[in-house]
Design a protein around this ligand. Structure first.
Ligand code: DGL
Length: 259
């Protein structure tokens, strides 16, 4: 696989661009292709079988573009489908999982909160991880309807604000000191979440860790792009590109394509 082949990323929609940003910052010379499967969002309410089938479809598209590594920029797809993807394809996969470990290890109140999709919170992979921290109370909350609102560009709407209040209040009352954002769409909600949570509660997501892991695997496989030219990025969406363009501040090429 040539070193200037692109890194491929996919998500159920625009949320995984939060991961793309971290990768682009750490590895600015890499070419990247981002797939927003917004037509099929949200994945969070779908069955494991459906999530696997959509993840295979997205992977096939990225492999046709000769991607040298695939970043599953979606917690729901990672927790439900990454084992099957790794078994089916030779290309390396990087997944994203809720950052339970750093929150649990650093919590002073021994109580942490996690906001994620139903698909992630019900997955075996998530249960395996949370079982490792028996002395920590984990307050789980499904972020019902947050992804559809973000996909609609309603990040600052009154409805979003009211849902966030509803989901976060019990966590504050339970005395969490860490809130784990277990969905790659949610980093776009951090400004609103900060207005709701007391300052003592830290918010963590997995974006930076995913970027570091991507770099490590590229190094191990000798597939880092060593060019000193800035990499190129193509964003694909199978839905209207307006909201994706807005969150990218209009700076990148976005192609509408049915995949
Ligand atoms: N960005 C996806 C995740 O990280 C959102 C899932 C969904 O589409 O419901 O879980």
């Amino acid at each position: 696989m040539a070193n200037n082949n692109p890194i491929g990323l996919f998500d159920s929609g625009i949320g995984g661009t939060s991961i793309w940003r971290e990768i682009n910052e750490l590895l600015p010379n890499e070419n990247t292709i981002y797939l927003a499967d917004s037509k099929n969002a949200p994945y969070g309410q779908k069955s494991k079988e459906e999530i696997i089938a959509l993840s295979i479809k997205n992977t096939e598209f990225l492999l046709e573009q000769n991607c040298k590594i695939i970043v599953v920029a979606c917690n729901t797809a990672t927790t439900n489908a990454i084992k099957e993807l790794r078994a089916k394809y030779k290309v390396p996969f990087i997944g994203i999982e809720p950052a339970i470990k750093p929150a649990a290890l650093n919590s002073k109140t021994h109580t942490i909160g996690i906001l994620a999709t139903k698909g992630t919170l019900n997955s075996e992979l998530f249960h395996e991880t949370s079982r490792k921290f028996q002395d920590i109370k984990i307050i789980e909350q499904i972020g019902y309807n947050l992804v559809p609102l973000i996909e609609n560009g309603e990040i600052n709407s009154a409805e979003m604000n009211s849902l966030l209040h509803q989901y976060l209040k019990p966590m504050v009352e339970a005395n969490i000191d860490y809130l784990v954002l277990g969905c790659s769409h949610y980093p776009y909600l951090i400004p609103q979440i900060k207005k709701i949570l007391p300052k003592r509660i830290k918010i963590i997501d997995s974006g930076e860790a995913v970027a570091r892991q991507t770099k490590k695997v590229l190094e191990e496989n000798n597939t880092l792009n060593l060019s000193n030219k800035k990499g190129e990025t193509i964003f694909y969406t199978n839905s209207d590109s307006k909201v994706l363009k807005t969150i990218l501040n209009g700076n990148f090429e976005v192609i509408e394509k049915d995949f």
